[in-house]
Design a protein around this ligand. Structure first.
Ligand code: G
Ligand code: G
Ligand code: MN
Ligand code: NA
Length: 254
């Protein structure tokens, strides 16, 4: 049985689940939100990483169904996170290129918002540069509709895609997520330091917030914080975790 066939079975069996990784204020280290990360717990293969199953789901279209489920579940989960934390939090959800282009995407989004009762401004949709560049005119119209719902757009893996900076002007983007490739060798690498500084500078002048991804050390956190990066996400401040573990983290993080 192929991995692809196993995926259809996995949907029926409910083997997909969601993990949540804290997105933390670099200054206070409090949890401000979570990125939703899909997991597949196969009965014999164990945890199948998303790099193995997302590309298959993207090819066979299953991503539309899985993505709709993730969006709705994450928006519902956020309400429980906020109840326990007793404060406002946000939830970030990855949207693949095929989902973004799907005709039904906006109705999927509306259904998830209505079903959960979560206000649109607590949702961040993570897309990549590539997603925007396939059909910029279509992207512009979809992003405008997302903005009407007050959902914010984050550019994921910023700097690794086909980045004409022109899209920062054209599209209503709120957040840049600096790819972990640029964080990994900080603070020693002068090239990575220069790239991070430049991204933070652009973001500041365009009034965008920045999340540094893949922060694993105190030195990396210090480096980006000192240069005006408001948020970090990485193993230092929290690995992707089950909702149950995330709730425990929120209880400690008063
Ligand atoms: O969880 P992990 O760090 O292994 O994620 C690896 C990749 O899988 C990331 O690039 C992430 O964008 C992608 N991914 C994880 N969860 C989802 C999801 O729910 N939807 C989409 N489209 N991609 C996801
Ligand atoms: O592409 P995207 O940014 O959506 O994917 C996030 C991925 O990064 C997930 O697979 C997550 O497990 C991984 N990740 C998160 N924090 C760290 C980190 O500190 N170090 C490393 N190596 N990977 C991380
Ligand atoms: Mn992401
Ligand atoms: Na990323």
């Amino acid at each position: 049985i192929s991995l692809e066939a196993a995926m259809f079975q996995a949907v029926r069996e409910g083997e997909f689940l969601l993990y949540y990784q804290p997105i933390v204020s670099s200054r206070t280290r409090r949890i401000e939100g979570f990125e939703t990360l899909m997991r597949w717990k196969h009965p014999t293969l164990g945890m199948v990483p998303p790099v193995r199953f997302i590309p298959i789901a993207e090819t066979n279209g299953l991503i539309n169904m899985l993505g709709a489920w993730a969006l709705k579940s994450a928006l519902v989960q956020l309400r429980q996170f906020e109840e326990v934390a007793r404060r406002d939090l946000y939830i970030s959800v990855n949207i693949s290129p095929r989902q973004f282009r799907n005709d039904r995407f906006l109705s999927v989004l509306d259904d998830a918002l209505a079903f959960s009762g979560t206000p649109g401004d607590k949702l961040v949709l993570e897309i990549t540069e590539g997603t925007l560049m396939v059909d910029p005119a279509h992207a512009e119209s979809i992003l405008g509709k997302m903005a009407e719902r007050r959902a914010r757009i984050a550019i994921d893996d910023f700097g690794t895609g086909y980045s004409s900076l022109a899209y920062l002007k054209r599209f209503p983007i709120s957040v840049l997520k600096i790819d972990r490739a640029f964080i990994k060798d900080l603070p020693e690498s002068s090239k990575d330091a220069a790239i991070c500084n430049a991204v933070l500078d652009i973001a500041k002048h365009l009034n965008l917030s920045v999340v540094a991804e893949g922060v694993e050390t105190e030195e990396q956190l210090d480096y980006v914080e000192t240069r005006g990066c408001d948020y970090v996400q990485g193993y230092l401040t929290g690995k992707p975790m089950s909702a149950h573990v995330a709730l425990a983290a929120l209880k400690e993080d008063l």
